[in-house]
Design a protein around this ligand. Structure first.
Ligand SMILES: *Cc1c(COP(=O)(O)O)cnc(C)c1O
Length: 376
């Protein structure tokens, strides 16, 4: 039996919509499918304005410009995250300041944020790991008190909520990812969510290569021209077509992933602790989206042995991240706020199990193999 770590989901109308985008003859960005995706995201999340981007990385890079982050500014974030959370700001000359994570949710530890703030701090970037929200009440309060821009890296957070609010729609800005490794996908893609109407105009101009082409499309102006900083941030309408078909199935996709997640959790919740492993903790105020199912092994050696057993049984488990503060880029461009013991420990202990729609008939095999591997 072979069980890959991830198999990208193909939604029912995906090819049909792609064909439609071709026949409509609008292959570049900001076409009819892009507009429908924007409407869907705005309605679903309640954000003021959504803009599809070529990736969540692009969206984060846009937030850095829109927040006015510049050389020497500091941006607070967890070390346990993907590189682009930091790189987006390093590109503007800013310094990422890494804070430790909580041992339950693996999200930034809100109690350590205040001591990381200096007169140079400009923004804070909570990352919602595994689609489980950070303590947003606490972080929102700290950001307001210290006049920091809050940017949510909700790359993993599509269809997840905190106290009923969609992730990405809580901070001044938020970003989503539709990379093939996420829940809702179009290969490579993302979205910028703007919750402050004042940012909308500059965001649209940046998105369209620094021009006012959007106003031209709206027939507000006769010629479009260079107005401000910008880049090519919009995905082709062909990708938007693929994305729309997935967004239309978002409830169903989330429900099916949740069934797999719950099956894992039921099986491991009581058994895992007997062997020193632990299972994810979901606070009451979080509606998660079953993006990741992970176990924490008691130590690195046990993790290595556990993963070897899974791999030799054909099960492709994986782990991430090399903490940013201990990576060459992080050492060169960033700094740590205090020691980050939880981050280092979690990075050594985490194991992610396969979770993808279509693996349901192999789930029992994964569960049985994993329990056997824990017992070793
Ligand atoms: C996947 C991911 C990203 C990057 O998303 P892309 O769409 O691949 O650019 C950024 N941050 C986090 C936390 C992620 O998981």
């Amino acid at each position: 039996m072979k069980i890959p770590f991830n198999v990208p989901y193909m939604s029912e109308r995906e090819l049909e919509y792609i064909k439609e985008a071709h026949s409509a003859g609008h292959l570049s960005g900001d076409g009819p499918f892009t507009k429908k995706c924007h409407e869907w995201i705005e309605k679903k999340t309640g954000c003021h304005k959504a803009l599809l981007t070529t990736s969540c990385t692009t969206a984060l890079e846009m937030t850095a410009v829109l927040a006015g982050v510049g050389p020497g500014d500091e941006v607070i974030m967890p070390s346990f995250t993907f590189v682009t959370t930091a790189n987006a700001f390093v590109l503007r000359g800013a310094v990422p300041v890494f804070v430790d994570v909580r041992s339950d949710t693996l999200n930034i530890d809100e109690t350590l944020v205040e001591e990381a703030i200096t007169p140079k701090t400009k923004a804070i970037v909570p990352v919602h790991y595994a689609g489980v929200a950070c303590d947003m009440d606490a972080i929102t309060g700290i950001a307001a008190m210290n006049r920091l821009t809050m940017i949510e890296d909700a790359a993993q957070g599509v269809m997840a909520n905190y106290k009923g609010q969609a992730l990405g729609a809580i901070g001044r800005m938020g970003t989503l990812s539709f990379h093939e490794s996420k829940n809702i996908i179009c290969g490579e893609g993302g979205a910028l969510l703007l919750n402050d109407p004042e940012l909308a105009e500059r965001a649209e101009i940046f998105w369209e290569k620094g021009t006012d082409r959007r106003d031209f499309y709206r027939k507000k102006i006769e010629k479009y021209t260079w107005r401000d900083l910008g880049s090519s941030c919009l995905p082709s309408d062909i990708l938007a077509a693929a994305l729309l078909s997935q967004l239309e199935e978002a409830e169903e996709i989330t429900r099916r992933r949740f069934n797999i997640w719950s099956c894992y959790d039921k099986a491991f919740k009581n058994v895992a602790p007997e062997y020193g492993f632990s299972t994810p903790v979901i606070p009451d105020e979080c509606d998660q989206n079953a993006h990741i199912y992970y176990l924490l092994a008691p130590d690195t050696d046990t993790r290595t042995r556990f993963m070897q057993t899974l791999h030799s049984a054909g099960i492709d488990a994986s782990f991430h991240y090399i903490p940013l503060h201990s990576s060459p880029g992080g050492k060169r461009f960033g700094r740590s706020s205090g020691k980050l013991p939880v981050t280092s420990r979690v990075a050594d202990q985490i194991v992610r199990l396969p979770i993808w729609i279509g693996m349901e008939d192999r789930l029992e095999y994964v569960v049985e193999t994993a329990i056997r591997a824990m017992k070793r």
